[in-house]
Design a protein. Structure first.
Length: 84
């Protein structure tokens, strides 16, 4: 799980946290990594979903503290799904 957490932190930092991420709306594949699946399941896959479901404003970089909250939420989902 430590490797998945590191990947999750990296994906959130590089693909979601910038104010205007490259390829926004297409940056998260639908399969291939547990974090990608969790992102889609939890509406944390792109800035549009984060704005709609989590009220994270578009066009503003996501602060580190909020990034960590997203990571914690995704990791909890992954751990729960793996326990089923």
């Amino acid at each position: 799980m430590a490797a998945i957490r590191r990947h999750c932190e990296d994906f959130i930092r590089t693909r979601l946290a910038p104010a205007n991420p490259p390829n926004d709306g297409k940056q998260t594949p639908m399969r291939g990594h547990p974090v990608f699946i969790a992102q889609h399941a939890c509406a944390c896959c792109c800035r549009d979903c984060l704005a709609k479901w989590w009220k994270v404003p578009r066009g503003v970089a996501i602060p580190a503290e909020r990034q960590q909250g997203i990571v914690e939420f995704l990791m909890a989902w992954i751990e729960r799904e793996n326990a089923l």
